[in-house]
Design a protein around this ligand. Structure first.
Ligand SMILES: Nc1ncnc2c1ncn2[C@@H]1O[C@H](COP(=O)(O)OP(=O)(O)OP(=O)(O)O)[C@@H](O)[C@H]1O
Ligand SMILES: [Mg+2]
Length: 227
């Protein structure tokens, strides 16, 4: 699913965000990435999404080589990825349902599938009752769940969630984590970054990556699940 070999990322201003990253992630894994502010968590997700390119080393995502020359193919690859990033804000003045439907534009879904998937996704995040509410009127936690629904309605092979629990209180943060954790199955890989190590320390299964100053340390729990 994802293979990184000696990947480094240095931004144009000379900031080295990631150093010698080696990584092999299989389809259906769940990966939790933690690390202090500025350690490189978002940068790693941006590489996987093709919003940045490695300045050294090689990265492959679902078989696609992540290099600038492959921009057109990388755009196609993104159809298989469901991003939950703060930059990809919900569209104000539209309902929760419309936001999810709009997230499925340009993908190969029939109108019927778009509607079915959108309902399914809203139900999955527990927001069926907010279907017709304007996103402007939703709480932060509800908005975040709409963003997750928008990602999962696309039926992605890979979900990338950057700091999805943000400044939520503990109950809501755990709820978001549970929703994201439940999405992983043999066909869906889930990668989540978080500051909040207390949200994941009890997890018995998954791949735990700690980033410190651009370098990765990995621990796998319950690995037999992946054998
Ligand atoms: N576009 C950019 N240009 C230059 N430097 C950048 C850019 N984006 C990020 N950086 C720098 O790269 C380093 C890693 O940033 P990154 O956003 O990946 O950290 P992070 O772990 O996601 O932090 P946070 O927990 O605060 O979100 C930081 O030093 C940051 O200032
Ligand atoms: Mg970040």
């Amino acid at each position: 699913m994802i293979v990184a070999k000696d990947v480094s990322l240095t931004y144009q201003d000379g900031t080295q965000a990631l150093k010698d990253v080696n990584l092999r992630i299989k389809a259906g894994e769940i990966i939790y990435i933690t690390g202090p502010s500025g350690s490189g968590k978002t940068s790693l997700l941006k590489l996987i999404l093709g919003m940045e390119y490695p300045t050294e080393g090689h990265l492959r995502v679902m078989g696609q080589s992540m290099v600038k020359d492959e921009e057109d193919n990388i755009r196609k690859l993104r159809r298989k990825i469901g991003p939950v990033f703060q930059e990809f804000k919900l569209i104000r003045g539209r309902t929760a349902f419309e936001n999810i439907v709009l997230g499925m534009r340009f993908l190969d879904f029939t109108p019927k599938e778009i509607i079915e998937n959108s309902y399914m996704a809203l139900e999955r995040v527990g927001l069926k009752h907010k279907r017709d509410s304007l996103v402007d009127k939703l709480s932060w936690g509800e908005s975040q769940r709409v963003a997750i629904a928008r990602a999962i309605a696309r039926k992605p092979s890979l979900i990338l969630a950057d700091e999805p629990t943000g400044n939520l209180d503990l109950d809501n943060a755990l709820n978001i984590m549970d929703i994201l954790t439940s999405l992983r199955d043999e066909n869906t890989t889930v990668i989540i970054t978080t500051h909040a190590t207390h949200l994941i320390e009890d997890k018995e299964e998954g791949t735990f990556i700690r980033i410190q100053e651009g370098r990765l340390k990995m621990e796998r729990r319950g690995v037999e699940a992946y054998e």
